[in-house]
Ligand binder design. Structure first.
Ligand code: NAD
Length: 328
C-alpha cells in the first residue's frame, strides 16, 4: 500500500519514515502543499496525508484525487473547515482530521502573545527600528493582576486557562457546553458578561457558520478600553474590519492574531503586495497589533503527534474502511 504525504517538513520526515517502516507502508513525500498543480503527485497512492494551510476549495482537486485512485484523506490539523464536504461525498473520498494533538502548543502560544502585548512588544520593536529606546509609553501589566476571559473551553481553551490560572490570573470562561468541576476557571452564563469583565479575551472556539464574526462591532464596544484580544482559533471568528475600527478608535487596547480572515493569501508564503489583504496591510502598520502566520500549532511535539495520528487514520481507513477520526 502506498501513502502520499504532502507538505512534509524536515523534522516530520524521519517520523513518517519510521512509522512507514514499522507499519509496512510505502510512502512518497513532498514539501509542496496539496493543490491543483501538485495533485497528480498522488497518482498510484491509496491514501493522502496533507497539512492544511489554505482550504481545499477547488473541485478539480477532489476529482483528480479520485481519478488518481486515492480513496482516503487525512488532514494534519484539528479544523475541518478546510475540506468541502460536498466534494468529498461526490468523489467518494473519506477523510479524517487530528482532533486533538497538543493543546499545550496553542495554549502556550496564546500565553506568549498575551505577554508580548501586555509588555508592548510591537510598540517596542517599532521604536527600536527607529533607534528609540525611550521607556515612556511602554509601561506593562502583570498577568496576576488581570482577568482572562476564555471563549470556548474545549481542549485548547482549558489548557490555556490552566496556564493563566497557574500564573495567578483570575480566569473566567464561556462555552455553550460548560464542563463540570473545572478548578482553573469560573464559568459565565453569557458571552457579553465575560467580554465586559475580561482584560484579556482569548478565543478558542472552532469556526463554523454560527461562529462567523462572533467578535463583531457590538462585542468590541463591550470590551474594556484597556483590554486585548487574542485569536489563536480561526480568522473568520473575528470581524477584521470591526476590529481595526475598535483599535483605531481606542475601543480596545490591542490584538494578537495568529489566525486572520483571508490568511490563505499570505500564510506560509513570502509577502506578495499584489495578493496581500488590505486588512493585513493596515494591521501591520499598528503598534498595538501582533500578526503571526498561523503558527501556534507548530512545535516539535505537535508536529510529531500530527504526523503519527494522520498516518494512523489512513492505516485504519485502509484496513477497516473507517477511522476513529473520520469527519464524513
Ligand atoms: P474543542 O472542540 O475541544 O473545543 C471547542 C469548544 O468551543 C467546545 O467546548 C465548544 O462547545 C465551544 N464553542 C463552540 N462555539 C462556541 C461559541 N460560539 N461560544 C462558546 N463556546 C463555543 O476544540 P479545541 O481542540 O479546543 O480547538 C479549538 C480551535 O482552535 C479549533 O477548532 C481550531 O479552530 C483552533 N486551532 C488553532 C490552531 C493554531 O495553530 N492556531 C491549532 C489547532 C486548533
Amino acid at each position: 500500500m502506498k501513502l502520499m504525504i504532502y507538505g512534509i517538513g524536515k523534522k516530520e520526515l524521519p517520523v513518517a519514515r519510521e512509522w512507514a517502516q514499522n507499519n509496512h507502508y510505502q510512502i512518497e513525500v513532498t514539501e509542496q502543499e496539496l493543490t491543483s498543480e501538485t495533485v497528480d503527485l498522488a497518482k498510484g497512492a491509496d491514501a493522502v496525508s496533507f497539512q492544511q494551510m489554505r482550504p481545499l476549495k477547488e473541485e478539480a482537486i477532489y476529482q483528480s484525487l479520485k481519478e488518481n485512485g486515492v480513496r482516503y484523506l487525512s488532514t494534519r490539523s484539528a479544523g475541518i473547515d478546510g475540506l468541502n464536504q460536498n466534494f468529498l461525498t461526490k468523489y467518494q473520498l473519506k477523510a479524517a482530521n487530528v482532533p486533538v494533538y497538543s493543546p499545550r502548543a496553542i495554549a502556550e502560544y496564546a500565553l506568549t502573545l498575551t505577554m508580548m502585548l501586555l509588555r508592548n512588544q510591537p510598540k517596542l520593536e517599532k521604536r527600536r527600528e527607529n533607534g528609540s529606546f525611550v521607556l515612556d509609553g511602554l509601561i506593562g501589566r502583570e498577568i496576576h493582576a488581570l482577568t482572562v476571559g476564555i471563549v470556548g473551553t474545549g481542549h485548547i481553551g482549558l489548557a490555556t486557562a490552566e496556564l493563566f490560572h497557574a500564573l495567578g490570573a483570575r480566569v473566567i470562561g464561556y462555552d455553550h457546553y460548560p464542563k463540570e468541576e473545572i478548578e482553573t476557571l469560573t464559568y459565565y452564563n453569557n458571552l457579553e458578561e465575560l467580554i465586559k469583565e475580561a482584560d484579556v479575551v482569548s478565543l478558542h472556539t472552532p469556526y463554523f457558520p454560527e461562529n462567523h464574526h462572533l467578535m463583531n462591532e457590538k462585542m468590541f464596544s463591550l470590551m474594556k478600553s484597556d483590554a486585548i484580544l487574542i485569536n489563536t482559533a480561526r480568522g473568520p471568528i473575528v470581524d477584521t474590519q470591526a476590529l481595526i475600527h475598535a483599535l483605531q478608535t481606542g475601543e480596545i487596547a490591542g490584538a494578537a492574531l495568529d489566525t486572520l480572515e483571508n490568511e490563505e493569501r499570505f500564510v506560509n508564503k513570502m509577502a506578495d503586495k499584489r495578493v496581500a489583504d488590505p486588512h493585513l496591510e493596515e494591521l501591520l502598520q499598528m503598534d498595538n497589533v501582533i500578526v503571526s502566520p498561523h503558527i501556534a500549532f507548530y512545535t516539535l511535539q505537535a508536529s510529531k503527534k500530527l504526523m503519527e495520528a494522520s498516518l494512523k487514520s489512513l492505516d485504519e481507513f485502509l484496513t477497516t474502511g473507517r477511522s476513529a477520526s473520520q469527519i464524513n
